[in-house]
Ligand binder design. Structure first.
Ligand code: UDP
Ligand code: MG
Length: 309
């Protein structure tokens, strides 16, 4: 049927490199039956453990395994981009090294490509094994971002996706520096089949995402796929003008009716604090967009390769 490229971003995953390979190879019979050749691209995102050595050992046994090492940690989004660029397959699938994206789903995913879908995506329907506060904020994020962005960003979507070459090429055309992959997939369109699965916990090691990192990532996502926050400044400006106008009216009428008793400075202080707070908040929003634009304008490479085999 053709060549299947499997892209595996790895950051400090020495224990998972082999497990992942073994688990993937349980599908060998399926690959053979479909006449699929396979290439496995491990993208080592600047790991500080023995991830690269493990992949090299694997490569000695199986030359379908390939390794791309970054010069430092560039983040998963960069690793995905590199993997898509290096892939030669007619079909490409992206999977985490920690086995949270079960390779056993591949045959089912493939069947949908045969049915004519351009890409098959997965989402987890439970968040079992995750701190409740994290799930809560995640849900809030998806609700917010989908309300203010035209691009659909699916709740619980994983980066586990099987795509045809056409979709991969479309994604590669998006060379932006601030890469929010979940949004990019939605943005390119094409017909996508969604498969659902129960959350699987990591095989070994720990997640690389702290709460703070996720929070910043959420802001990146909002900024990358919506400009509505920028309009917030104008909306608030109009709102405050209306309030000010009403207050002026009230004060003038009150002064005409009952004279002019001096007072009201505490309320004045409160108003000044509030209005300057709103102004700084709006300035901050503009600042966020400016900083992203700044990084974008620099046109720095998305990743740098140290070694490749
Ligand atoms: N990863 C990466 N670079 C990073 C962080 C993570 O390549 O800077 C890889 C990691 O090795 C794993 C995948 O991205 O294969 C998902 O990471 P993780 O399991 O920590 O995220 P989670 O599944 O908790 O969302
Ligand atoms: Mg994981």
């Amino acid at each position: 049927m053709g060549l299947l490229s499997i892209v595996v971003p790895c950051y400090n995953e020495e224990e998972n490199v082999n497990c992942f390979y073994e688990e993937l190879m349980k599908n060998s019979a399926f690959f053979e039956r479909e006449g699929l050749e396979v290439e496995i691209l491990y993208i080592d995102d600047g790991s500080r453990d023995r991830t690269a050595e493990k992949v090299k050992e694997l490569r000695k046994r199986d030359d379908r395994v390939h390794l791309v090492c970054f010069s430092r940690n560039f983040g998963k989004e960069s690793a995905i981009y590199a993997g898509l660029q290096k892939s030669k397959g007619d079909y490409v699938v992206m999977m985490d090294a920690d086995l949270q994206d079960p390779p056993s789903m591949l045959p089912e995913m493939f069947s949908y490509l045969k049915d004519g879908y351009d890409s098959v995506a997965t989402r987890r329907v439970t968040r079992k094994g995750e701190p409740p506060i994290r799930s809560f904020f995640a849900r809030m994020f998806y609700r917010l971002v989908n309300r203010i962005s035209k691009t659909e960003i699916v709740d619980g979507a994983r980066d586990y996706r099987l795509m045809t070459r056409q979709v991969v090429d479309a994604i590669l055309q998006m060379t932006e520096y601030n890469r929010f992959t979940k949004g990019i997939f939605g943005w390119v369109g094409f017909s996508t089949k969604w498969l659902e699965f129960e959350n699987v916990e990591r095989a070994h090691g720990e997640t690389k995402w702290s709460f703070w990192k996720l929070f910043l990532y959420a802001i990146d996502g909002i900024i990358a796929f919506s400009t509505l926050p920028l309009a917030l400044a104008s909306i608030m400006g109009v709102l405050f003008c209306i309030i000010a106008f009403l207050l002026i009216l009230i004060i003038v009428i009150k002064t005409l009716l009952v004279g002019d008793p001096v007072g009201g400075w505490p309320s004045m202080v409160c108003i000044i604090c509030m209005v300057s707070g709103v102004q700084l908040f709006c300035l901050g929003i503009v600042g966020q967009y400016l900083s992203k634009t700044y990084m974008e304008v620099k046109r720095r490479p998305i990743y740098l390769v140290k070694e490749e085999e």
